[in-house]
Each structure stands twice: as C-alpha cells, then as structure tokens.
Design a protein. Sequence first.
Lengths: 115, 115
Amino acid sequence: AQSVAQPEDQVNVAEGNPLTVKCTYSVSGNPYLFWYVQYPNRGLQFLLKYITGDNLVKGSYGFEAEFNKSQTSFHLKKPSALVSDSALYFCAVRDRGSGTYKYIFGTGTRLKVLA
Amino acid sequence: DTAVSQTPKYLVTQMGNDKSIKCEQNLGHDTMYWYKQDSKKFLKIMFSYNNKELIINETVPNRFSPKSPDKAHLNLHINSLELGDSAVYFCASSFLPGRRNNEQFFGPGTRLTVL
C-alpha cells in the first residue's frame, strides 16, 4: 500500500529565510512524487514532480525538492521565502509498480511566512 | 482560457435534496478525477475516469454517482444529500497516470453546504 506523511501541520518562517516543508512516503515500487500548493479558496496548483533522474527537482516560483530514496523523503525547499508563499502545501505520491492509478495526498502543511 | 472549470462554485441546499456538480477541462487530458476536501483540508480521491471509463472508485456512498459523457467532462451527481456531505469538491484532470507528464490540474472547487 502507498502512503504519504507530512509531519508538520504548520511551518513558520521569516521572510528571506530558507524554508523546508517535509514529506515522507511509502510505496512498494518506485514512486512518482508531487508537490502542490493551495491558496485560500482556490484549487491545488502543481509545483513540481519527481519521476526519475536527478534527485534535485526544480519547479515553479523558485521551489525545489530533493528526492532521497534511502530516507524515502521528498522535502520541498526554497532558498528565500516570500510572504506570498504563505499557503497550504500538499505532497502526493503514486506507486508506479502498484497497478493503481490512484494518487495519495498528504494531510497538508500550512506555510506561514512572516514579514 | 480556463483549464479546468467547475459549476457551480457554491452550492447551498437542504438535506435530502439531489444536486449535481459539473466539470469540464480543455487541456486535452484523457483522465479526470473527483476529490473531496473536508473541513480539515484533507483531500480524498472519490472517482476517476479515463476516456469515459471508470478506473478509480473509492468507498464512497452509492448516493454519489459520477458520469463522464466524454473525456473532457466529468459530472458528479449526489442523491439524498446529508449533512456530512458538506465539503469542497474538486475536479482534476491529467494524462493517464502511467505517462510521464501525469501531474494533475485542479478546478477551483465547489463548496457544498448541506443544511
């Protein structure tokens, strides 16, 4: 069975500081991994994904994520946070080897960037 | 040029009523999804269709019935609405999850309130 965990309900960071939003996953095969962002009263927007290849993936708005197979993690990072980055962030996984088309989403982490 | 659109955006109704939510995508995707987001922002897959065929059918009450007239549309009909159905319902689309460019694009959501 596939699962994904976002251990932090909320992350607070000062504007200009680096930010990290954590995600760990569990799959039986190789994973597709995704990060999405949700602004208030909006749908989720795709940020970036890992399929294969380079462990460091770059995405929209200056975000990046590092795939770590040994730690089964896919943490979202940004070198310098902006107040406008404040939103709800979701990690998602799909197990390529499972035969399922289902994406599993984490419970979300609320990022608050303080001016 | 809206990518994934949903109507209505807000739906307020009485218990026991029947209602429908419509979804359309103009991205040329072949797979569409319905998700339910509860008050704690937890996102759960309900259904998915690929080229009008049901490929994901989670354990939701059979009061919920999806219908896909073509691959650009996926509607959700809900019979005998209950208080617990109150949530935000998101439609999403993607290419078939087995493909590399399989990130999902989400609609703006429909906020359903059952009184």
